[in-house]
Write a protein that binds this ligand. Structure first.
Ligand SMILES: NC(=O)c1ccc[n+]([C@@H]2O[C@H](COP(=O)([O-])OP(=O)(O)OC[C@H]3O[C@@H](n4cnc5c(N)ncnc54)[C@H](O)[C@@H]3O)[C@@H](O)[C@H]2O)c1
Length: 258
Protein backbone atom coordinates (compact mmCIF):
# COMPACT_ATOMS: atom_id res chain seq x y z
CA UNK A 1 0.00 0.00 0.00
CA UNK A 2 2.93 2.29 0.85
CA UNK A 3 4.24 1.76 -2.67
CA UNK A 4 0.90 2.28 -4.39
CA UNK A 5 0.80 -1.23 -5.79
CA UNK A 6 -2.26 -1.84 -7.96
CA UNK A 7 -3.96 -5.00 -9.23
CA UNK A 8 -2.20 -4.47 -12.55
CA UNK A 9 1.23 -4.62 -10.91
CA UNK A 10 3.04 -7.93 -10.97
CA UNK A 11 4.37 -9.71 -7.91
CA UNK A 12 7.35 -11.91 -8.81
CA UNK A 13 8.28 -14.89 -6.63
CA UNK A 14 11.88 -16.02 -7.13
CA UNK A 15 12.59 -19.13 -5.07
CA UNK A 16 11.56 -22.65 -4.14
CA UNK A 17 8.10 -24.10 -3.64
CA UNK A 18 7.58 -22.62 -0.19
CA UNK A 19 8.15 -19.15 -1.55
CA UNK A 20 6.00 -19.63 -4.67
CA UNK A 21 3.15 -21.08 -2.55
CA UNK A 22 3.17 -18.22 -0.02
CA UNK A 23 3.61 -15.48 -2.62
CA UNK A 24 0.80 -16.87 -4.75
CA UNK A 25 -1.56 -16.90 -1.78
CA UNK A 26 -0.60 -13.30 -0.92
CA UNK A 27 -0.97 -12.20 -4.56
CA UNK A 28 -4.41 -13.83 -4.75
CA UNK A 29 -5.57 -11.94 -1.66
CA UNK A 30 -4.13 -8.53 -2.43
CA UNK A 31 -7.01 -6.46 -3.83
CA UNK A 32 -8.64 -9.83 -4.69
CA UNK A 33 -5.78 -10.74 -6.95
CA UNK A 34 -2.90 -8.97 -8.64
CA UNK A 35 -0.58 -10.12 -11.42
CA UNK A 36 1.75 -12.96 -10.43
CA UNK A 37 4.91 -14.42 -11.93
CA UNK A 38 7.08 -17.30 -10.76
CA UNK A 39 10.78 -17.79 -11.25
CA UNK A 40 11.16 -21.21 -9.60
CA UNK A 41 14.70 -21.91 -8.45
CA UNK A 42 14.45 -25.55 -7.28
CA UNK A 43 13.79 -28.51 -9.54
CA UNK A 44 10.72 -29.39 -7.47
CA UNK A 45 9.28 -25.91 -7.85
CA UNK A 46 9.99 -25.93 -11.61
CA UNK A 47 8.12 -29.17 -12.30
CA UNK A 48 5.59 -29.21 -9.49
CA UNK A 49 4.94 -26.30 -7.12
CA UNK A 50 4.88 -23.59 -9.80
CA UNK A 51 2.58 -25.60 -12.06
CA UNK A 52 -1.16 -25.92 -11.58
CA UNK A 53 -2.09 -22.92 -9.49
CA UNK A 54 -2.41 -24.39 -6.02
CA UNK A 55 -1.35 -22.06 -3.22
CA UNK A 56 -0.91 -23.06 0.41
CA UNK A 57 0.48 -22.21 3.79
CA UNK A 58 0.72 -24.30 6.94
CA UNK A 59 -1.44 -23.26 9.90
CA UNK A 60 -1.80 -24.50 13.50
CA UNK A 61 0.41 -27.50 12.81
CA UNK A 62 -1.46 -28.58 9.68
CA UNK A 63 0.47 -28.66 6.42
CA UNK A 64 -1.00 -26.72 3.48
CA UNK A 65 -4.27 -26.22 5.37
CA UNK A 66 -4.91 -22.67 4.07
CA UNK A 67 -4.82 -22.01 0.37
CA UNK A 68 -6.69 -21.49 -2.85
CA UNK A 69 -6.18 -21.77 -6.60
CA UNK A 70 -4.33 -18.90 -8.21
CA UNK A 71 -2.19 -19.81 -11.22
CA UNK A 72 0.74 -17.58 -12.06
CA UNK A 73 0.30 -15.38 -15.12
CA UNK A 74 3.91 -16.07 -16.13
CA UNK A 75 6.46 -18.74 -15.23
CA UNK A 76 10.09 -18.25 -16.19
CA UNK A 77 12.41 -21.23 -15.83
CA UNK A 78 16.16 -20.76 -15.90
CA UNK A 79 18.16 -23.95 -15.44
CA UNK A 80 21.19 -21.98 -14.22
CA UNK A 81 19.47 -21.75 -10.83
CA UNK A 82 20.00 -25.49 -10.44
CA UNK A 83 23.81 -25.18 -10.52
CA UNK A 84 24.01 -24.41 -6.81
CA UNK A 85 21.05 -26.50 -5.70
CA UNK A 86 22.11 -29.09 -3.07
CA UNK A 87 22.02 -32.70 -4.31
CA UNK A 88 19.25 -33.69 -1.88
CA UNK A 89 17.03 -30.84 -3.16
CA UNK A 90 17.71 -31.90 -6.74
CA UNK A 91 16.71 -35.45 -5.78
CA UNK A 92 13.40 -34.19 -4.34
CA UNK A 93 12.50 -32.71 -7.72
CA UNK A 94 13.76 -35.64 -9.75
CA UNK A 95 11.63 -38.06 -7.74
CA UNK A 96 8.54 -35.93 -8.50
CA UNK A 97 9.46 -36.13 -12.20
CA UNK A 98 9.57 -39.94 -11.87
CA UNK A 99 6.20 -39.89 -10.11
CA UNK A 100 4.62 -37.83 -12.92
CA UNK A 101 6.16 -40.24 -15.45
CA UNK A 102 4.32 -43.20 -13.89
CA UNK A 103 0.93 -41.51 -14.11
CA UNK A 104 0.44 -40.89 -17.83
CA UNK A 105 1.69 -42.28 -21.10
CA UNK A 106 3.30 -39.02 -22.19
CA UNK A 107 6.71 -40.35 -23.17
CA UNK A 108 8.31 -39.02 -19.99
CA UNK A 109 9.09 -42.46 -18.59
CA UNK A 110 10.92 -43.46 -21.76
CA UNK A 111 12.84 -40.19 -21.68
CA UNK A 112 13.96 -40.89 -18.09
CA UNK A 113 15.07 -44.41 -19.05
CA UNK A 114 16.98 -43.02 -22.04
CA UNK A 115 18.57 -40.35 -19.82
CA UNK A 116 17.22 -37.44 -21.85
CA UNK A 117 18.69 -33.98 -21.13
CA UNK A 118 17.31 -32.29 -18.03
CA UNK A 119 15.69 -29.44 -19.94
CA UNK A 120 13.66 -31.89 -22.02
CA UNK A 121 12.64 -33.81 -18.89
CA UNK A 122 11.51 -30.63 -17.17
CA UNK A 123 9.49 -29.50 -20.19
CA UNK A 124 7.79 -32.88 -20.53
CA UNK A 125 7.08 -33.16 -16.80
CA UNK A 126 5.46 -29.69 -16.78
CA UNK A 127 3.31 -30.50 -19.83
CA UNK A 128 2.26 -33.84 -18.32
CA UNK A 129 1.32 -32.27 -14.97
CA UNK A 130 -0.46 -29.44 -16.81
CA UNK A 131 -2.71 -31.98 -18.57
CA UNK A 132 -3.89 -33.35 -15.21
CA UNK A 133 -4.53 -29.81 -13.94
CA UNK A 134 -6.46 -28.74 -17.05
CA UNK A 135 -8.66 -31.83 -16.88
CA UNK A 136 -9.44 -31.24 -13.23
CA UNK A 137 -8.83 -27.60 -12.26
CA UNK A 138 -10.51 -27.96 -8.83
CA UNK A 139 -8.58 -31.04 -7.74
CA UNK A 140 -11.69 -33.16 -7.28
CA UNK A 141 -10.89 -36.01 -9.66
CA UNK A 142 -7.98 -37.13 -11.81
CA UNK A 143 -5.64 -34.48 -10.56
CA UNK A 144 -5.57 -36.30 -7.24
CA UNK A 145 -3.53 -39.01 -8.96
CA UNK A 146 -0.62 -36.59 -8.61
CA UNK A 147 -0.71 -37.55 -4.92
CA UNK A 148 0.74 -40.97 -5.75
CA UNK A 149 2.99 -41.96 -2.85
CA UNK A 150 2.13 -38.85 -0.85
CA UNK A 151 -0.18 -40.39 1.77
CA UNK A 152 2.60 -42.75 2.85
CA UNK A 153 5.19 -39.98 2.47
CA UNK A 154 3.16 -37.77 4.77
CA UNK A 155 3.07 -40.58 7.35
CA UNK A 156 6.85 -40.95 7.21
CA UNK A 157 7.42 -37.19 7.40
CA UNK A 158 4.99 -36.70 10.30
CA UNK A 159 6.33 -39.67 12.25
CA UNK A 160 9.88 -38.38 11.84
CA UNK A 161 8.93 -34.78 12.65
CA UNK A 162 9.67 -33.69 9.10
CA UNK A 163 13.35 -34.56 9.57
CA UNK A 164 13.22 -36.50 6.38
CA UNK A 165 13.91 -35.44 2.77
CA UNK A 166 10.51 -35.12 1.06
CA UNK A 167 11.68 -36.79 -2.16
CA UNK A 168 12.87 -39.95 -0.43
CA UNK A 169 9.65 -40.13 1.57
CA UNK A 170 7.70 -39.84 -1.71
CA UNK A 171 9.87 -42.51 -3.36
CA UNK A 172 9.26 -44.84 -0.41
CA UNK A 173 5.55 -43.93 -0.59
CA UNK A 174 5.36 -44.78 -4.29
CA UNK A 175 7.07 -48.12 -3.68
CA UNK A 176 4.60 -48.89 -0.88
CA UNK A 177 1.66 -47.87 -3.06
CA UNK A 178 2.97 -50.15 -5.82
CA UNK A 179 3.53 -53.04 -3.40
CA UNK A 180 0.04 -52.60 -1.94
CA UNK A 181 -1.36 -52.56 -5.47
CA UNK A 182 0.31 -55.96 -6.07
CA UNK A 183 -0.98 -57.22 -2.71
CA UNK A 184 -4.55 -56.27 -3.72
CA UNK A 185 -4.12 -58.12 -7.01
CA UNK A 186 -4.25 -54.94 -9.12
CA UNK A 187 -0.66 -54.50 -10.33
CA UNK A 188 1.49 -57.21 -11.90
CA UNK A 189 4.77 -58.25 -10.28
CA UNK A 190 6.52 -57.48 -13.55
CA UNK A 191 5.35 -53.85 -13.53
CA UNK A 192 6.22 -53.62 -9.84
CA UNK A 193 9.77 -54.66 -10.73
CA UNK A 194 9.93 -51.98 -13.43
CA UNK A 195 8.85 -49.35 -10.90
CA UNK A 196 11.45 -50.62 -8.40
CA UNK A 197 14.19 -50.02 -10.98
CA UNK A 198 13.22 -46.34 -11.11
CA UNK A 199 13.82 -45.91 -7.40
CA UNK A 200 16.76 -48.29 -7.07
CA UNK A 201 19.33 -45.46 -6.99
CA UNK A 202 17.96 -44.11 -3.70
CA UNK A 203 18.55 -45.23 -0.14
CA UNK A 204 14.93 -45.50 0.89
CA UNK A 205 14.06 -45.17 4.58
CA UNK A 206 12.54 -47.89 6.70
CA UNK A 207 8.96 -47.13 7.58
CA UNK A 208 8.99 -45.48 11.03
CA UNK A 209 7.79 -47.72 13.84
CA UNK A 210 4.26 -46.78 14.85
CA UNK A 211 1.66 -48.67 16.82
CA UNK A 212 -1.76 -49.04 15.20
CA UNK A 213 -3.31 -46.16 17.15
CA UNK A 214 -0.53 -43.76 16.13
CA UNK A 215 -0.70 -45.02 12.54
CA UNK A 216 -4.47 -44.47 12.33
CA UNK A 217 -4.24 -41.02 13.86
CA UNK A 218 -1.61 -39.81 11.40
CA UNK A 219 -2.97 -41.45 8.27
CA UNK A 220 -6.52 -40.22 8.85
CA UNK A 221 -5.34 -36.65 9.08
CA UNK A 222 -3.99 -37.04 5.57
CA UNK A 223 -6.79 -36.69 2.98
CA UNK A 224 -9.28 -37.85 5.58
CA UNK A 225 -12.79 -38.62 4.42
CA UNK A 226 -14.98 -40.42 6.89
CA UNK A 227 -13.24 -43.52 8.11
CA UNK A 228 -11.65 -44.28 4.78
CA UNK A 229 -8.24 -43.21 3.64
CA UNK A 230 -8.01 -42.35 -0.03
CA UNK A 231 -4.95 -44.05 -1.45
CA UNK A 232 -3.69 -43.55 -4.98
CA UNK A 233 -2.70 -46.99 -6.26
CA UNK A 234 -1.71 -48.39 -9.65
CA UNK A 235 -3.62 -50.79 -11.82
CA UNK A 236 -0.64 -50.66 -14.14
CA UNK A 237 2.00 -48.14 -15.11
CA UNK A 238 0.10 -45.11 -16.51
CA UNK A 239 -3.15 -46.31 -14.88
CA UNK A 240 -3.54 -44.89 -11.39
CA UNK A 241 -6.78 -45.26 -9.48
CA UNK A 242 -8.27 -43.97 -6.26
CA UNK A 243 -8.73 -46.65 -3.63
CA UNK A 244 -10.76 -45.67 -0.55
CA UNK A 245 -9.23 -48.00 2.04
CA UNK A 246 -11.60 -48.54 4.95
CA UNK A 247 -9.65 -51.48 6.37
CA UNK A 248 -6.80 -49.65 8.04
CA UNK A 249 -5.79 -52.74 10.00
CA UNK A 250 -5.13 -54.54 6.71
CA UNK A 251 -3.01 -51.64 5.49
CA UNK A 252 -1.12 -51.47 8.79
CA UNK A 253 -0.46 -55.22 8.80
CA UNK A 254 0.75 -55.01 5.21
CA UNK A 255 3.19 -52.17 5.91
CA UNK A 256 4.62 -53.89 8.99
CA UNK A 257 4.39 -57.36 7.41
CA UNK A 258 2.30 -58.74 10.27
N1 LIG B 1 1.55 -25.58 -5.01
C1 LIG B 1 1.78 -26.83 -5.36
O1 LIG B 1 1.08 -27.41 -6.20
C2 LIG B 1 2.92 -27.56 -4.73
C3 LIG B 1 3.37 -28.76 -5.29
C4 LIG B 1 4.46 -29.39 -4.71
C5 LIG B 1 5.07 -28.84 -3.59
N2 LIG B 1 4.60 -27.69 -3.06
C6 LIG B 1 5.22 -27.09 -1.88
O2 LIG B 1 6.55 -26.74 -2.23
C7 LIG B 1 7.36 -26.79 -1.06
C8 LIG B 1 8.63 -27.53 -1.39
O3 LIG B 1 9.30 -26.83 -2.42
P1 LIG B 1 10.89 -26.91 -2.58
O4 LIG B 1 11.30 -28.32 -2.62
O5 LIG B 1 11.26 -25.99 -3.68
O6 LIG B 1 11.39 -26.41 -1.17
P2 LIG B 1 11.89 -24.99 -0.61
O7 LIG B 1 11.11 -23.87 -1.16
O8 LIG B 1 11.94 -25.16 0.86
O9 LIG B 1 13.39 -24.93 -1.16
C9 LIG B 1 14.30 -25.90 -0.74
C10 LIG B 1 15.60 -25.27 -0.24
O10 LIG B 1 16.37 -24.90 -1.37
C11 LIG B 1 16.82 -23.56 -1.22
N3 LIG B 1 16.97 -23.06 -2.59
C12 LIG B 1 16.01 -22.63 -3.43
N4 LIG B 1 16.52 -22.39 -4.64
C13 LIG B 1 17.84 -22.66 -4.57
C14 LIG B 1 18.90 -22.63 -5.52
N5 LIG B 1 18.69 -22.29 -6.79
N6 LIG B 1 20.15 -22.97 -5.10
C15 LIG B 1 20.36 -23.35 -3.82
N7 LIG B 1 19.39 -23.43 -2.88
C16 LIG B 1 18.14 -23.09 -3.26
C17 LIG B 1 15.77 -22.91 -0.37
O11 LIG B 1 16.27 -21.77 0.29
C18 LIG B 1 15.43 -24.03 0.61
O12 LIG B 1 16.37 -24.09 1.65
C19 LIG B 1 6.53 -27.47 0.02
O13 LIG B 1 6.08 -26.50 0.93
C20 LIG B 1 5.36 -28.07 -0.74
O14 LIG B 1 4.19 -28.14 0.04
C21 LIG B 1 3.55 -27.03 -3.62
Amino acid sequence: LKHDVTREDMVVAIGGGILTDITALAASLFKRGCQLAFVPTTLLAMVDAAVGGKTAVNFTGYKNILGNFYPAHKIIIDLDFLDKLPESEFENGYIEIKKIALLADSGLLEMIKEKAPLQALIEKAILTKKEFCLQDPNDMGERRFLNLGHTFAHLIETATNFNFPHGLAVAKGIMLAAAYSVFLGKLSQDEFNQISLLFEPYQLPNFPLLNFTEFKKIIRKDKKKGKEVNLILLESIYKPFLFPEANLKRLYNFIYQK
